[in-house]
Design a protein around this ligand. Structure first.
Ligand code: F6P
Length: 742
């Protein structure tokens, strides 16, 4: 700013100086002409009469003017007649001959020049008398006053510039202070609203954070880009490298209830491969492709037995066959007790704040124990050496880690709990709380999505088991054996294979609209979930209803499409949920339907990933309204689907994903005012803002992808393994030599 002001001041001074100089010159020329005209008659007379004395007296009179420095009168042939004292020789009559071409004097001549005393203006005026040239009058004006005025002007400009600069600096400081104060006041207000406000106020408050968050995200992205120049982003290849470097290429065994590929016999008798609706499968399948090894799972498909070899194995993915799927067969009784019973009527509601009462039955517990043992045995059959890497997945296998450790004490066991871990107080509801905790502590590392779940787990161990808790290292020590507790937020593969295979957004939109009979300008909302009470599907529909109540212009235009995969249908609460969701959709449709328009389209069926990605890519808004969710990968899949950087994610704050995807419109799904305001905001959001939010979320999911999730766990497993080997060597070194005296 100072530099700008200086340039401005210099320019102004230059322009003013030029203008005044020109003005002074014109003024002097005018004065000279007036003086010459005033004396013309008298001088002509004196020259004609040859009265040199009178000419000299007239010149003295003229020189009395303070600006006239010297005067001379010349004959027509430019010889001096008379001159005042100290007339500068270079302007004498003789010297001026060079300026009179062929000795003919011009009527008037002006010029300025430098002499010893400074700058002067010289004007020559011919003295005529009735067309007879009598001589010439030479006037020399002093111009030194101009230099003095120029200097004064420069000083004035400098002083004015100094003053303006000072004023501007003071003003800047004040304005900046006021701006900073208003910014911090606004931030404080927004924080208070976000904490204590209700409904729309909260949403507005959270949205007010977005520019700040966008800046922070931008900064993080820049830093990541800088770092990226030296460290490669996480990918399948980098994960393979980690496996080679940190675990010496040892193959991995995964234990998970759900299998990544289910073989089902269709009504036409043909066998088809189904991708189950499971966040666990979404995340782990790409990891397994990268790592190879064996995935041990419950064979639940109607044609699963027909597709395995005599060791109950089948190579998958079909056509690619990069790893083995080992199927474990369960009897109806086992499945009912272990999967439906203890896992999904006991642990599932216990771990989710979704207001469904957990049910614990001793018979279920026995089946749970039994099935965990069967899977542990399957692990022992599948491993290739005494120290395999075993990844135990989820709440179905809380007891398996201890059982595996008992059979394979040198195995490195990593257990990941895909759902929330409740508070210690709540966990105490489980009648087998000690057994569950002890089973998990058979692992070398237990992982959760969030630090909060880690803390809850450590508190539960502290409350119910005898152990030493090393809070600094986040480790639990029991009988000299250590189990680390770590948070590893799960994610999806990136670049995402389903997104890569999906058609462009415009095509997805056109096919979805055609399938559902929607108008070309319809606003499409989408939800993709298993039909589970934790997903908040009822709250979602109520939010759609409230949106249509509050924003009537959306009636007839906004349609919410819910893809709902039937899940755990043998459980009564799921059956009831099914009916409630259907009834609610029908009631809301009854209220707002008009012609072919229905506000809610409930598609209750299993959808394969290509169809899901088509819907995600066609939508204007995706609403993930889980009442409690460890992570929720649908939110991340929506982000992956939107290469076009369009569409808005409305996300429940009770999901793990809300901690990462902060550019979503984060809402409390129970607060219908807030959720409906968010839906309306999303539907009206300008494309530029959609793109800004989507870009930031895509950057985040791209960097924090599932290869990073698995890679971090495997690096930690590598360290644990290394430490184990070193301490084994140490104990062997210290073992007393047989026969030596102790
Ligand atoms: O989040 C728990 C979880 O096991 C997920 O991993 C998976 O998305 C979902 O439940 C699948 O449930 P189920 O295997 O019972 O269909």
């Amino acid at each position: 700013m100072l530099l700008g002001l200086a340039v401005l001041a210099w320019g102004a001074a230059f322009a003013v100086n030029e203008a005044t100089q020109a003005w002074f010159m014109r003024d002097i020329a005018l004065r000279a002409r007036l003086a010459a005209v005033g004396t013309q008659g008298a001088l002509a007379g004196h020259l004609e009469s040859g009265d040199g004395r009178k000419v000299a007296a007239l010149l003295e009179d003229l020189a009395r003017d303070e600006r006239i420095m010297a005067v001379e009168v010349c004959t027509p042939t430019l010889a001096s007649v008379s001159r005042t004292k100290s007339f500068p020789e270079q302007f004498s009559c003789e010297a001026l001959r060079s300026r009179a071409p062929q000795g003919v004097l011009p009527a008037e001549l002006d010029f300025s020049d430098e002499i010893d005393g400074g700058r002067v203006h010289v004007s020559i005026h011919r003295i005529d008398d009735d067309d007879v040239v009598r001589g010439a009058l030479v006037l020399v004006h002093d111009l030194s006053f101009m230099a003095r005025r120029e200097l004064a002007m420069r000083h004035f400009t400098l002083a004015a510039f100094g003053f303006v600069a000072l004023l501007a600096s003071i003003l800047t400081v004040f304005v900046r202070r006021a701006w900073w104060r208003s910014w911090t006041d606004e931030l404080r207000r927004v924080l208070l609203l976000a904490r204590w406000g209700g409904g729309d106020a909260k949403l507005r408050a959270r949205n007010a954070f977005q520019p700040l968050l966008a800046d922070v995200r931008g900064l993080v992205a820049d830093l990541a880009a800088e770092r990226g120049s030296t460290v490669a982003p996480w990918s399948a290849a980098r994960l393979q490298h980690v496996l080679r470097e940190n675990l010496h290429g040892d193959s991995v065994v995964i234990v998970a209830n759900r299998e990544p590929y289910v073989h089902e016999r269709g009504p036409d008798g043909a066998i088809r491969v189904v991708h189950p609706a499971s966040g666990l499968v979404t995340a782990l399948e790409p990891v397994m492709r990268a790592c190879s090894g064996t995935w041990i799972a419950h064979g639940s498909g109607s044609a699963d037995r027909e597709t395995v070899d005599r060791h109950d194995r089948v190579r998958v993915p079909p056509g690619e066959e990069s790893y083995a799927l080992r199927r474990v067969w369960l009897t109806k009784e086992e499945e009912r007790g272990y999967y439906y019973g203890f896992s999904n009527e006991g642990l599932w509601p216990l771990c989710h704040n979704a207001h469904t009462r957990p049910e614990f039955r001793a018979a279920d517990w026995l089946q749970y124990e039994r099935v965990n043992r069967r899977f542990a045995e399957a692990v022992c059959e599948e491993v290739q050496g005494p120290d395999p890497i075993v990844l135990v997945q989820d709440y179905h296998f809380a007891l398996a880690p201890r059982m595996i450790h008992e059979h394979l004490p040198r195995a490195t066991i990593l257990t990941f709990w895909h759902i929330p871990w409740p508070s210690a107080e709540r966990f105490g509801i489980c009648p087998w709380e000690r057994e569950v905790l002890d089973g998990l502590l058979g692992s070398n590392i237990v992982g959760f999505h969030t630090q909060q779940h880690c803390n809850n787990f450590v508190e539960a161990v502290d409350r119910f088991l005898e152990s030493r808790i090393d809070r600094e290292r986040q480790a639990i020590v029991q009988g000299g054996r250590e189990c680390l507790v770590r948070s590893y937020p799960i994610s999806i593969d990136w670049p995402n294979r389903w997104a890569a295979a999906a058609p462009p957004a415009a095509e997805c939109r056109a096919t979805v609209a055609a399938e559902l009979g929607l108008s070309a300008d319809a606003l499409i909302g989408v939800g993709v979930d298993r039909l589970d009470y934790t997903k908040g599907i009822e709250e979602r529909f109520l939010a759609v209803e409230r949106t249509l109540e509050r924003f009537p212009h959306l009636r007839g235009r906004f349609t919410f499409v819910q893809l709902a995969a039937p899940s755990r249908t043998l459980i009564e609460t799921y059956r009831q949920l099914n009916e409630r969701v259907e009834g609610l959709a029908a009631r809301i449709n009854g209220r707002f339907a008009a012609g072919t328009y229905r506000p809610i389209v409930l598609l209750r069926a299993h959808h394969e990933p290509p169809a899901i990605f088509r819907y995600l890519r066609a939508a204007d808004v995706c609403y993930v309204s889980s009442l409690h969710d460890g992570m929720n990968l649908v939110a991340k899949e929506f982000v992956a689907a939107r290469e076009d950087e369009r569409g808005v994610l409305v996300l429940s704050r009770f999901t793990g994903a809300a901690r990462e995807l902060t550019e979503a419109l984060v809402v409390n799904p129970y607060d219908l005012e807030e959720a409906s305001a968010a839906l309306a905001t999303a539907l009206a959001m300008p494309p530029a803002q959609q793109a800004e939010r989507m870009r930031a979320m895509r950057r985040l999911v791209a960097e924090f992808n599932v290869f990073r999730w698995a890679g971090r766990m495997l690096v930690d497993a590598g360290r644990v393994r290394q430490q184990g080997r070193l301490s084994d060597r140490l104990t062997m070194g210290l073992r007393p030599v047989e026969g030596a005296r102790s």
